[in-house]
Each structure stands twice: as structure tokens, then as C-alpha cells.
Design a protein around this ligand. Structure first.
Ligand SMILES: Nc1ncnc2c1ncn2[C@@H]1O[C@H](COP(=O)(O)OP(=O)(O)OP(=O)(O)O)[C@@H](O)[C@H]1O
Length: 600
């Protein structure tokens, strides 16, 4: 829903003081003295504009009076000096304002950007599946982009406002008729600018979903990671066609709005021109009819020019601030929503050793899905045991591991760690005890060392890192890299290296082993490994199993021989369980799947 659809024009204009307050308070948290400097500059500029106009009026009298040119200039000299000093002060204030803005903007952008990234990282994982979450995040990104210009806009707006008030004040003293005429001359431009900003925002809003998908497509199409797949499957043309179509759709919406913006621009320009002609006409009439002295009329010309320039700036920057306010509102709404979705589970705390994890009649349904992915699972895991979870695709194996680790909370039923309900336990204390090799694991563009230690404090000792590398048979491969553990694993970066798929998977396993977690979960941990690597990993799992709870999710049923207990999942339920030898002879799904895997 577009929030602008319900907002009145006055409400929209009322946003400006609010957004100014917001920008100032955000900036104050970044650099207090720079903000004070920034606020002082418009005051100096305003005072300088006042001095400039008063001095101009004073200089005009002798200049337009009688006597020789030298005499007239001599008499006007002090006033002309004052004009020079005022102009100089305006420049200095402008330079100082730019300096202050440059001290604030980079850090403000970083703070806002980091706040957004942190908010997304900290939400409950289930939030990602909520409809529209990604689109709202995309809309919020625009707020971060606006922080690049919003301090400058705010500073220019305030500075122009003060200059305008001063010049307008001087103008009303010269003749009360001038100001209302001038305001009328600029008002249409103001209305036009705000209406145009509104149209721009409407287009932005309509394009959010397409832009979001286009951004993802761009990354997936251009990242070297998927380059082989794109080329060898002749995907390029279709991907480019799709990318282009998304861009075209966005362009069409923008183009469709162009006649509206043209009408706004023409209408406001016409009205502004009529009132501007009236202003200059009024000034000429006042001077010609002797209602205003020539010297004052000359000053009025300067005052009209100053007011006009300042008013235009007020309008341009006011419209920019109004625009900013829309995006900041989106950003704040997303941050508030993300804050609401951050885990609020309770203060219970899990500590090692984890003796028992018990699931009681656990049910979990993904948002927007009709059927539960997990439907009444009860299970007990004890320290020292290896549990294997098997079943066909989509039967709920990975979802079950997410419920066991508390990444998702059960909709119904209970998951207890050492008797503590995960719904009431601080998740950070739970995840300190877990090590997970997910089915789709990240290939972090970090050095080898960080790829192993990520998520765990590094003790400035490579011994345990090499142990974890050894455990997955990667020592030789790492030693062969250009800088060993210091090699950056990002092919795209100069000096970076790339691993093979199986080597990446070994590294993901070494990361989980380095953590020495009380709960070790391996979801298809060896799907890309050669038999030697696979054998080594499963030997290792057996060797360290006594001190922890181990869960292995696998489609290679031979691997479940190492398990103390096997559960077979079907449509979110456990339909069979037991040891390998029992299940092989039970004539159930396990036996069927095993037979199929051997039937070649
Ligand atoms: N993030 C998600 N959002 C919505 N539905 C999901 C999500 N992840 C999984 N599902 C659905 O939940 C069900 C169980 O998925 P899950 O990934 O747990 O299956 P799995 O047994 O691990 O499958 P596989 O063997 O293919 O890895 C599936 O129907 C799937 O479509």
C-alpha cells in the first residue's frame, strides 16, 4: 500500500519540520560540534544578508545622489566595505557548513547502513519467510541512500530560509506590497516541486518489487560463482532478456508518469511567471510614480533578487527534504518492524554440557503455507548419541534441525534443552552450544583462517585451526595455497584464490569442528566430497561423538550405519525409527530407499 495515497498535501508539507528535527537528532549522535557549527552557519549567513541589504541601501543614496563620481564613491566607501565584508562572511559560512557536513555525512551513512544490516541479521529467521519482508527491506535501503545528501539538503534549506526571512523582512520595510507579490511568484514553484516529489515517490514505490528482483538477478547473473552454469546451459540470453524486461517495466512506469510531471512543471511555471511579472511591474510603478525613492527602489531590486534566490533554494531543498522524509519513514518503519521481529524469548540460559534435547509433539508451519512442515514430532536426543535423519526431499529434515537448534520456534509443542524450553531461553546462549554445517553453506570471501574460525573467538594460535583443517583432510590443499592460512578465498579479489566445491565443503565441516560444539549438526555434510573425504569426516564424527549430541541429515543411507538412532521423516512426521539393521529389515521406506540407491 502506498502511504501517499492517504496523506493530504498539508500533512506532507508538515513533514519538513519533523524531518529536520530527525536529521538534526541523528546527526547530533554522530558529531555534536559539527552540528552546532552547521546550525551556526545559517545564522551568520542571515545576519550577513541583513547587513548586505542595509549597506546596499546606504551606499545607493550617495551613489545615486549629486557630486563627482569620486566624491560619491568616497561617501559610499564605508557602506561598500560593509557589503564586501558581508559577502565574504557568507562565503566563509558556506565553506564552514560544507566542512561540517563532510564531517557528519560519511559517519551518518555508515551508522544508518550498519543499523539496517544489523536489524536484518538480528530478526527471527522466520521473518525472512514473511510476505513483503524483502520488499520492505529494499524500500528501507533508499533511506540509507538518502543519508548521502540529506545533511546538505537540510543545511541548504535552513540557510536559504534564514536568508529569505532576512531579505523578505528588508523588502517589507521598503514597501509592504512587495513581499506578498514575491511570495505569490514563488509559491507555484513550491507546490510544483512537492507535487513532483510525490510523483517520483509513487514511481519509486510502484517499482520496489521489480527493483528488488532485478537486484537479485543482477547478482546471480554476474557473480563468477554461477558463471559456469550460466554459460554452459546457454542461460545468458534468457537472463539478459529477463533483466531487461524488469528494467523496461520500471521504465514504463516512470515514462507513464512523465506527462503528469510535465503538466505540473508547466502549470507552476506559468503561474510563477504571471506573479513575477506583476512583482517587477509593481516595483517599476512604485519608482515611476515617486512612491518610492530611486535609491530604495535599487535596494529593492537587490532584495527581490536575494529573496527570489533564497525562496527558490527553500523550495528546491524543501522538496528534497520532503522526499527524504518519505524514504526515512520507510526506513524507520522497517527498522521498527525488524525490532519487533527480533527474538524476545526470555532470559533462561543454556550452558554446556547439553545432556538432553527433548522434542514434544512439535508442530511448525512456514508463513503462508497450508500444511505444516513439521507435524507432531516427538524425539529425545542424549549426549554421546548420534542421530541420523533421513527421508525424501521436502519431508522436513532441515526444518527439524532448525527447530532443534531454536532457529525457528515451534508453533505448537515444546523443544527443551536440559529441560529448558527454547521459547523462554536466550537464543545466543543456545547458539553458543551449536555447530551447524548446513546443506547450502556460505563460501565466505575471507582468508582461510577466518573461514575456519568465523563465529568463534580466535586465540591467536593457529594450532587449533590446523587441527580443524587436518580433521577434514585439507592440510595439503591449504599449504599449497599462495599464502597458506592467510590466503584470501575470493577469486574476484586481487591475490585471492578459489577452492573446489568439495574443498569448500570440507572447510565448512572444519568450521563446525573448530567450535567443538555440544550439539553438532551436519546436513548433507559430504554431498560434494570424494569417498576418501567422506570416510574421513564420518570417522571424525564417530571419534568425537562421546562428548556431544550429533545429528546427521543424509540421503546416503550407508552413512547412517554410524548412528545410534535413525528417524525416517515423511510429510513432516516420523514414520519409522530404529537402528540401521532393524530398519533394513523392516520393509518400510528406509528399506525401499536403500534398495533404490543400490539398484544400478
Ligand atoms: N524457508 C522456507 N519457507 C517456506 N517453506 C519452506 C522453507 N523451507 C522449507 N520449506 C518447505 O518446508 C517443507 C520441508 O522442507 P525441508 O527443507 O525441511 O525438507 P528436507 O527434508 O530438508 O528436504 P531436502 O531433502 O530436499 O533437503 C517443504 O515443503 C518446503 O517447501
Amino acid at each position: 500500500m502506498n502511504p501517499l495515497g492517504e496523506a493530504s498535501f498539508r500533512q506532507l508539507c508538515a513533514q519538513i519540520p519533523k524531518v529536520l528535527r530527525r536529521i538534526i537528532s541523528m546527526s547530533l549522535r554522530i558529531d555534536r560540534s559539527a552540528v552546532l557549527l552547521l546550525l551556526a552557519c545559517p545564522v551568520v549567513t542571515g545576519a550577513a544578508a541583513g547587513v548586505l541589504l542595509a549597506a546596499t541601501a546606504r551606499a545607493m543614496r550617495p551613489i545615486l545622489g549629486g557630486g563627482t563620481v569620486a566624491d560619491r564613491l568616497h561617501q559610499a566607501l564605508p557602506a561598500l566595505l560593509a557589503v564586501g565584508v558581508a559577502a565574504g562572511l557568507t562565503r566563509v559560512a558556506g565553506a564552514l557548513a560544507t566542512y561540517a557536513e563532510r564531517r557528519i555525512t560519511p559517519r551518518l551513512t555508515t551508522e544508518t547502513d550498519t543499523a539496517l544490516v544489523e536489524a536484518v541479521c538480528r530478526v527471527e529467521a522466520s521473518a525472512y519467510a514473511v510476505d513483503g519482508f524483502a520488499d520492505r527491506q529494499e524500500a528501507a535501503e533508499m533511506g540509507v541512500i538518502r543519508t548521502h545528501v540529506m545533511v546538505t539538503d537540510a543545511q541548504r534549506f535552513l540557510s536559504a530560509l534564514v536568508r529569505m526571512v532576512t531579505a523578505a523582512g528588508a523588502l517589507s520595510v521598503l514597501n509592504p506590497l512587495m513581499l506578498p507579490l514575491l511570495l505569490l511568484a514563488v509559491l507555484p514553484a513550491g507546490v510544483g516541486a512537492v507535487l513532483t516529489a510525490r510523483v517520483d515517490y509513487e514511481i519509486h514505490y510502484a517499482n520496489i518489487a521489480d527493483r528488488n528482483v532485478r537486484g537479485m538477478m543482477r547478482w546471480w547473473s554476474t557473480t563468477p560463482k554461477y558463471g559456469d552454469e550460466v554459460r554452459a546451459n546457454s542461460m545468458t540470453d534468457y537472463l539478459l532478456f529477463w533483466y531487461r524486461s524488469l528494467s523496461d517495466r520500471c521504465d514504463q512506469r516512470t515514462l507513464a508518469a512523465a506527462p503528469r510531471t510535465l503538466r505540473i512543471a508547466l502549470g507552476s511555471s506559468l503561474a510563477a511567471s504571471v506573479f513575477l511579472v506583476a512583482t517587477w511591474g509593481a516595483l517599476a510603478w512604485l519608482a515611476m510614480s515617486g512612491r518610492i525613492a530611486l535609491a530604495l527602489a535599487a535596494t529593492a531590486v537587490v532584495a527581490v533578487q536575494t529573496t527570489l534566490a533564497a525562496l527558490s533554494q527553500v523550495i528546491i531543498n524543501g522538496a528534497a527534504l520532503f522526499h527524504t522524509s518519505l524514504y526515512l519513514t520507510d526506513m524507520q518503519a522497517f527498522l521498527d518492524d525488524a525490532g519487533e521481529r527480533a527474538p524476545k524469548r526470555g532470559t533462561l540460559s543454556v550452558a554446556a554440557p547439553v545432556e538432553e534435547i527433548r522434542l514434544e509433539e512439535v508442530v511448525y508451519r512456514y508463513p503462508g503455507k497450508d500444511k505444516p512442515a513439521i507435524d507432531g514430532v516427538s524425539l529425545t536426543l542424549r549426549r554421546g548419541e548420534i542421530l541420523a535423519i533421513v527421508g525424501v526431499n521436502g519431508s522436513g529434515k532441515s526444518t527439524l534441525t532448525r527447530l532443534i537448534t531454536g532457529i525457528y520456534l515451534a508453533d505448537k509443542g515444546r523443544v527443551g534443552w536440559n529441560g529448558m524450553d527454547l521459547a523462554e531461553t536466550d537464543p545466543a546462549t543456545v547458539w553458543k552450544q551449536t555447530g551447524l554445517v548446513p546443506q547450502i553453506f556460505a563460501q565466505w570471501p575471507l582468508r582461510v583462517r577466518e573461514n575456519v574460525t568465523l563465529g568463534q573467538p580466535y586465540a591467536h594460535d593457529d594450532g587449533p585451526v590446523w587441527d580443524a583443517v587436518d580433521a577434514v583432510g585439507m592440510r595439503q590443499a591449504v599449504e599449497d595455497l599462495p599464502a597458506g592460512l592467510d590466503t584470501l578465498l575470493a577469486r574476484e579479489v586481487f591475490g585471492g584464490a578459489e577452492l573446489s566445491g568439495g574443498q569448500w565443503q570440507r572447510l565448512a565441516c572444519s568450521r563446525a569442528l573448530y567450535r567443538c560444539p555440544p550439539l553438532l549438526i551436519l546436513d548433507e555434510p559430504t554431498s560434494q566430497m570424494d569417498p576418501r573425504g567422506e570416510h574421513q569426516i564420518f570417522e571424525r564424527i564417530k571419534a568425537i561423538a562421546a562428548n556431544r549430541i550429533t545429528i546427521v541429515v543424509t540421503h546416503r543411507l550407508e552413512n547412517t550405519k554410524i548412528a545410534d538412532h535413525i528417524v525416517v521423516m515423511e510429510q513432516g512426521r516420523i514414520t519409522e525409527q530404529g537402528r540401521y539393521d532393524d530398519l533394513v529389515h523392516a520393509n518400510g521406506t528406509f528399506a525401499e530407499l536403500l534398495e533404490l540407491s543400490q539398484d544400478r
